[in-house]
Design a protein around this ligand. Structure first.
Ligand code: ACO
Length: 310
């Protein structure tokens, strides 16, 4: 019996910050940002919208989509590096707001790979029979730790949330294989010291190396080959990094998710937001083999091979 994603949800704040808006605030250009990252605009949460607000909205939609009651959830995992405050956790806050009164709750800190860590943890609890349903949310309000004076990082990030309910799915579907990893020696390349600090070159090299390899690893672990993959959902950090993963799998452009142009890098929310849009647009269909792969601060990485459908 495999665990799989039985309901999904998404929330992005309404305010759009375009490259043209950034040109007015700092020494950058729409041309540079598009060419170097693929980003055209991103969503920014105002002061009235914190991570718990975005997480709640995405989670409520995922629960509705799954057709279950909040009381049936056994565990809530929220992947975030931008919680409202260190504690109570975002997961505990939304446990109350959702009325998920039988759920345990904890946050996961694995930066952009956090959602992958969440899904893999949820899978263990569902497949062991411990919980029927686990709610996993990836949410970030990166705008509050962005250094708006630093053009090297300020143009890259956006805010948002994506969620999934993990439960039992029918024979042959669900999470077929996974890989999680970390290399703490690379922590110095991407960290928070009040504001976000990044060595873009080093993160870029790591990401190009790791994304393609992790994708290949989960395909092999699932007993499949590159030819079996219908769709790739890479972490939406930079179109050039995403392209390198796509080329490693020999997939045509239309078989790779691309939302980086409209949301920027939303860290742990980027893969679930993309998955939501891809399903809504019919790019991911029942029984498709999809590969999700992410990397982030830590350094961390994670990949999943899933046969889509309930
Ligand atoms: N506008 C205009 N010029 C800029 C900007 C900007 N916004 N930012 C940097 N530049 C300039 C630099 O000053 C530099 O100029 P110089 O040659 O005169 O010194 C030039 O552009 C090249 O800068 P580099 O930083 O060397 O460019 P690079 O090719 O490395 O691209 C980028 C930068 C896009 C950030 C790239 O390194 C990258 O995408 N790295 C990965 C980042 C990433 O994925 N981070 C997310 C990790 S996930 C997480 O956990 C949050």
């Amino acid at each position: 019996m495999n665990a799989g994603l039985i309901g999904i949800g998404k929330y992005v704040p309404p305010h759009i910050l375009t490259n043209a808006d950034l040109e007015k605030r700092m020494d950058t250009s729409d041309e540079w940002i598009r060419t170097m990252t693929g980003i055209q605009e991103r969503r920014i949460a105002d002061d009235s919208i914190d991570s718990s607000h975005m997480a709640y909205n995405a989670a409520a939609d995922a629960i509705k989509d799954a057709g279950i009651k909040p009381e049936e959830i056994g565990l809530i995992l929220v992947a975030t590096v931008t919680p409202d405050q260190p504690f109570p956790s975002v997961s505990a806050m939304i446990q109350d707001q959702l009325g998920a009164k039988n759920a345990a709750a904890m946050d996961i800190s694995a930066a952009c790979s956090g959602y992958m860590y969440g899904i893999v943890t949820a899978k263990q609890f569902v497949e062991s029979g411990t919980y029927d349903y686990v709610l996993v949310v990836g949410v970030e309000k990166l705008s509050k730790i962005t250094d708006w004076e630093d053009r090297n990082t300020a143009v890259l990030f956006g805010d948002g949330a994506g969620a999934a309910v993990i439960g039992k799915v029918s024979e042959g579907r669900g999470v077929l294989s996974f890989e999680l990893g970390a290399d703490g020696s690379g922590g110095k390349y991407l960290y928070q010291d009040e504001k976000l600090i990044m060595n873009g070159r080093e993160v870029f090299k790591f990401a190009v190396r790791q994304m393609g390899q992790s994708a290949i690893n989960v395909i092999e672990k699932a007993g499949l080959t590159k030819e079996d993959v219908d769709f790739l959902i890479p972490h939406q950090a930079n179109i050039r990094i995403m392209e390198s993963a796509r080329q490693r799998l020999d997939l045509p452009v239309e078989k790779m998710s691309k939302t980086v142009h409209k949301y920027g890098n939303t860290s742990s929310a980027s893969i679930p937001i993309s998955l939501f849009d891809d399903v809504a647009e019919g790019k991911v269909k029942d029984d498709d083999v999809i590969v999700l792969v992410g990397f982030g601060g830590g350094l961390t990485w994670g990949a999943l091979c899933i046969k889509w459908g309930r």
